[in-house]
Structures are given as structure tokens and as C-alpha cells.
Ligand binder design. Structure first.
Ligand code: GTP
Ligand code: MG
Length: 295
């Protein structure tokens, strides 16, 4: 049996969380078309007759880390470079940017093997374009392997799994075979609510919000959840709530449906919106809301 830890790294929005979910076979990490969706390290476990892979999904490494929250996110990603068996460097097919180059720079001098994943190849209209791209990217560093794939279409995943199991050390599984993530129900619920916020709010607003679970109780067949959406200003609160409370209602019902699906139980969800000025640049608030750069 093979067993090991694999960190998924890359700039924002390349599809790291989508790849994790595709590999694990269940949605353990939230996804959106907006960059900087993932804020925490998320573990997901792949179980297979060949062994077990524990993946660590990380916040996209980005250049402009001005606010304390963005610094913590970059730290969380960088910290996951060490003490793992392999790193997957994820890029987007046909779109190499300065931020990708920045991630590559951080990997300089690292002795952990790094495999390159070229994601979103489904978007290539002309498949012939892939060859010159492979050629160009292959020269950037000494890769353990290069795998083009589509996380969205689940195309090319088995090829990646072959490469992973070949390189991971021999060993017994670290986690029981029904465990797909290390996060508890409250954390998952908060993340699902945050995903709905990102998807339903426009522009910069999602970056000014976070979710805190105040109460999570099991009552028979029902999970009763009370959660607070924190924003930074009164004006933002008005937008989150919306006209006649419609936006908040929509976010709540979308989130409830997904939490029910994830837990396989009925859910009662009560959502509030509150203001905490400048929370995303306030180290105390960040720690209260569960953001940390390291383990
Ligand atoms: N066409 C296409 N889109 C994809 C693929 N994989 C992911 N996406 C989309 O790319 C966007 C970003 O996906 P995420 O998985 O959230 O990306 P991420 O790298 O985790 O982003 P951050 O957490 O913000 O760093 C979403 O809209 C996904 O649906 C793919 O293989 N093909
Ligand atoms: Mg992500």
C-alpha cells in the first residue's frame, strides 16, 4: 500500500479546489469563478485499492497581500510546501501569468518533488496547442511529471492518480476509509454559506465577508445552525440583506440545501448579518474567525 500527503498549490482561480473535489469524489472544498475563494487549508482524502492520498488544498498564492487576511492566506499556502511527500503545482492551460511565475519562484530550492498539473484543457479549442505549451512549461523546472487534465470534466484524473501512487512512499493509511475530510460539520457549513455569499454578491464585497457559526445543535433528525455573516461596513450589511431581505434569504436557502445534501440530514439555518469594522485587517478578529497561517 502507498500512503502520503500531497499539497495542491497555485495562483488563485486555476482550479485547485475543483481538482481536490474531483479526486476525492465529493465536494470537500468550495469553488467559485472568483479568485481567492479558498481561505483555509482543506484536507481531502482519496481512498483507493492502491493506498491513500491525503490532499491539502491551499488558498491561491497571490502577489498583493495588503490586508492581514491576505497575508494569512499566503502563509497558509506557503506553510503547506514543507513536510509533504509531493506538491502539485496547478496552472491554467493557455494562461501563464506573473502570479504563476511568483508561485514557481517560491518553489525554488525545494527538495520535495513537484508535479505540474495543466488544468482546464477542456477550454482548448485547438488540441494541437497543447504540445507547444507542454514543451514550454516542461523547461521551467525539473518536474516529477506533467499531467494535462480537466478537473471540471473529470478528464485525465486517472493518469494523475497513477503518477501519484507511483511516487508516494509505502505505508499504511493514515485515516479510516470513510473519512473524506478532516473538517467538522460546523466548519463545512460556514464554508458552504461563504460560497453562496461569493456566488451571490458582486465585485469586491465577498472579500469583506466571513461567516461564524454561533450555534450548531443536533436535534433528532435535524441540524439547527445559527450563523453570523460578518461585514466591514453598514453599507455592506445593507447589500448582504438586500431589498426586503431577499438577498439574505436567497443565500440562506441555497446554503441550507447544500448543507442538507452534505450532511444527509434536514437543516434549520438562521442567518444574521453584523458589522465588525475592518475585521479582515485585524489580527484579533482573524483569529476569532478561525483564520491562521500555520498549523
Ligand atoms: N473550464 C474549466 N473550468 C474549470 C476547471 N476546473 C475549475 N474550473 C473553474 O475555475 C474556477 C475556479 O475554480 P476553483 O476550484 O475555485 O479554483 P481555485 O484554484 O481553488 O481558486 P482559489 O481558491 O480562489 O485559489 C471555477 O469557476 C471552476 O468551475 C476545468 O477543468 N475546466
Ligand atoms: Mg480554492
Amino acid at each position: 500500500m502507498r500512503s502520503g500527503m500531497v499539497t495542491i498549490l497555485g495562483r488563485p482561480n486555476v482550479g485547485k479546489s475543483s481538482l481536490l473535489n474531483a479526486l476525492v469524489g465529493r465536494k470537500v472544498s468550495i469553488v467559485s469563478h472568483k479568485p481567492q475563494t479558498t481561505r483555509h487549508r482543506i484536507q481531502g482524502v482519496l481512498h483507493d485499492e492502491r493506498g491513500q492520498v491525503v490532499f491539502v488544498d491551499t488558498p491561491g498564492l497571490h502577489r498583493k497581500a495588503e490586508r492581514a487576511l491576505n497575508k494569512v492566506m499566503n502563509q497558509a499556502a506557503s506553510g503547506a510546501i514543507h513536510d509533504v511527500d509531493l506538491i502539485l503545482f496547478v496552472v491554467e492551460s493557455g494562461r501563464w501569468t506573473d502570479e504563476d511565475a511568483g508561485v514557481l519562484e517560491r518553489l525554488e530550492g525545494i527538495t520535495t518533488p513537484v508535479g505540474l498539473v495543466i488544468n482546464k484543457v477542456d477550454r482548448l479549442e485547438d488540441k494541437e496547442r497543447l504540445l507547444p505549451e507542454l514543451e514550454k512549461l516542461s523547461k521551467l523546472r525539473d518536474w516529477a511529471f506533467i499531467v494535462p487534465l480537466s478537473a471540471l470534466k473529470r478528464d485525465g484524473l486517472s493518469g494523475l492518480a497513477v503518477e501519484l501512487f507511483e511516487r508516494l512512499p509505502q505505508g499504511e493509511p493514515m485515516y479510516p476509509d470513510d473519512m473524506l475530510t478532516d473538517h467538522d460539520a460546523a466548519f463545512s457549513a460556514a464554508e458552504i454559506i461563504r460560497e453562496k455569499l461569493i456566488r451571490n454578491l458582486h465585485q469586491e464585497l465577498p472579500y469583506a465577508t466571513t461567516v461564524e457559526i454561533e450555534k450548531y445543535e443536533r436535534e433528532g433528525q435535524l441540524d439547527k445552525i445559527q450563523a453570523v455573516i460578518w461585514v466591514e461596513r453598514d453599507g455592506q450589511k445593507a447589500i448582504v440583506i438586500g431589498k426586503d431581505g431577499e438577498t439574505l434569504k436567497l443565500i440562506g436557502s441555497n446554503a441550507r440545501r447544500d448543507i442538507e445534501r452534505a450532511r444527509g440530514r434536514k437543516v434549520f439555518l438562521k442567518l444574521w448579518c453584523r458589522v465588525k469594522e475592518n475585521w479582515s485587517d485585524d489580527p484579533k478578529a482573524l483569529s476569532k474567525f478561525g483564520y491562521s497561517g500555520g498549523e
